[in-house]
Design a protein around this ligand. Structure first.
Ligand code: AN7
Length: 373
């Protein structure tokens, strides 16, 4: 078999264009960043070709802020969130260690990703979720990939506690972000940003929940800086959804971001790393309101990027920083959008009118489209 298209005449070099085309294809982040990850020649690479996500220029946000704003769209990962970066590594290492089963507690995206990568590796996957608190799309993912999903009465922290105890007592591997392979995989997001821009951005803005991802990005930026690949470190800003009344609302609407003392996610270990990242870089961890997150979600959607609601905390944060005069004019800013909007389409539908129904009639369609003369 050759890679030449069917019907192509045999001849010299016929394989060369196909090889070049294949060389341009993204191989998944373990192969792309092998020398910077804790893998060796014996590590079986379990990949769905994650990473290589687009860094999209945002004209609208650049105009609003006077900065050069880029959106790192992590919703473009195979399971629709940044979790795949850590999961490819965590599952590969689990297989190498001889694990037969993996386990996680999750508000949704972790379980979707763990289920997919476990399926790819042929591992049993157990998922503990807070009862009734995960978005339908994410639950569907865990189920379709064959995970055993268990709802726990209580919050995320309780589910994680149970997982940690099971991990100690039974031959299962925990793949929550307390697993260092998860953080190591996720730091590749920072590598990709630097590789694309030629260096680190001036400012990096992202949503913070359990604080694993901000820990990972900061590690990635520091690694590139220490090795001279990037000539600067960004100022890191993390944003969480504000508490209070919004907290209740968020639980009802099942958004997977929470504040530090909120009752869905509140891992103090990662919290220390998150505040360290913000402080060392001269940045901050702040809150944004659900109202501002919703506005930001709609803003980026109108530029063609459909992100998960919790993701838009970064853009809401960007606008907050801009309004407060915390962004130097002309600064290069990267906002991470951590997940895909299709995970919870009810948010998009809630803000839109029901599409009108017409008979199969050209004039009626023209009228509604504003095309009628
Ligand atoms: C879209 O899936 O905790 O600060 O169990 O789903 O690294 O915790 C997800 C969290 C941001 C917060 N954006 O990231 C889970 C889970 C989205 C998320 C976060 C989550 P961390």
């Amino acid at each position: 078999m050759t890679d030449a298209p069917a019907g192509q005449a045999a001849g010299a070099n016929r394989g060369a264009p196909a090889e070049r085309a294949r060389a341009r294809q993204w191989r998944g982040l373990i192969e792309e960043y092998r020398d910077r990850l804790p893998v060796d020649s014996g590590t079986p690479v379990v990949t769905l070709r994650e990473g290589g996500t687009p860094l999209v220029a945002s004209e609208g946000l650049s105009q609003l802020t006077g900065c050069r704003v880029w959106l790192k769209f992590e919703g473009a990962n195979p399971t629709g969130s940044f979790k795949d970066r850590g999961m490819t590594l965590a599952i590969s290492k689990a297989v190498q260690a001889g694990a037969k089963a993996v386990l996680c507690a999750s508000t949704g995206n972790t379980s979707a990703s763990a289920a997919a990568y476990a399926a790819k590796a042929g591992l049993v996957c157990g998922v503990l979720i807070p009862r009734g608190k995960i978005a339908l799309g994410k639950l569907a993912q865990a189920l379709v990939h064959g995970a055993t999903v268990i709802q726990v009465e209580g919050n995320f922290d309780r589910a994680l506690d149970i997982c940690r105890t099971l991990d100690e007592k039974h031959p299962v591997r925990l793949v929550n972000s307390v697993n260092p392979d998860r953080i190591a995989g996720q730091k590749t997001g920072a590598f990709e940003v630097c590789d694309f821009l030629g260096s680190a951005p001036d400012v990096h803005v992202m949503p913070v929940g359990n604080a694993g991802n901000i820990t990972a990005y900061w590690a990635g930026y520091r690694e590139y800086f220490a090795d001279g690949v990037a000539d600067r470190l960004p100022v890191m800003h993390g944003f969480q959804a504000a508490g209070g009344g919004a907290d209740r609302q968020r639980r009802r609407r099942r958004v997977a971001v929470d504040d530090r003392d909120g009752d869905q996610i509140g891992n103090p270990a990662s919290w220390t790393f998150a505040t360290a990242a913000a402080e060392e870089s001269g940045g901050s961890i702040r809150a944004v309101t659900d109202r501002d997150i919703l506005k930001a979600y709609r803003l980026v959607a109108r530029e063609g990027v459909f992100c998960e609601m919790a993701s838009a905390a970064s853009v809401a944060g960007l606008l907050q920083l801009s309004a407060a005069g915390h962004l130097p004019t002309g600064a290069t800013v990267v906002c991470v959008l951590t997940g895909h909007g299709l995970k919870e389409p009810d948010w998009a539908l809630a803000g839109a009118a029901q599409p009108p129904v017409i008979p199969p009639d050209v004039d009626a369609a023209a009228e509604l489209l504003g095309l009628a003369g």
